[in-house]
Design a protein around this ligand. Sequence first.
Ligand SMILES: [Zn+2]
Length: 80
Amino acid sequence: MAETEHVCQSCGMPMSEEDYPEGSEQGDFCHYCMVHGEFTSTKEEVKVKIADTVQEMTGRSREEAESLAEKKMSTLKRWQ
Ligand SMILES: [Zn+2]
């Protein structure tokens, strides 16, 4: 099967088929962000989650990680 570039339009996580919420064919959001058609986290919570991941993966400062998180979120559908 071909790799897709699909990422969650809320948290930016790359998604494979098992990351889609149960019963959702739309596929814009991962099952962490959306449960039964409802978002599970606020904008602030998503930002914290992305910044945590950035820090973990890159060892950047909190300030840099949060600014990268904001930049990333500005490209995602949920925050337009
Ligand atoms: Zn997500």
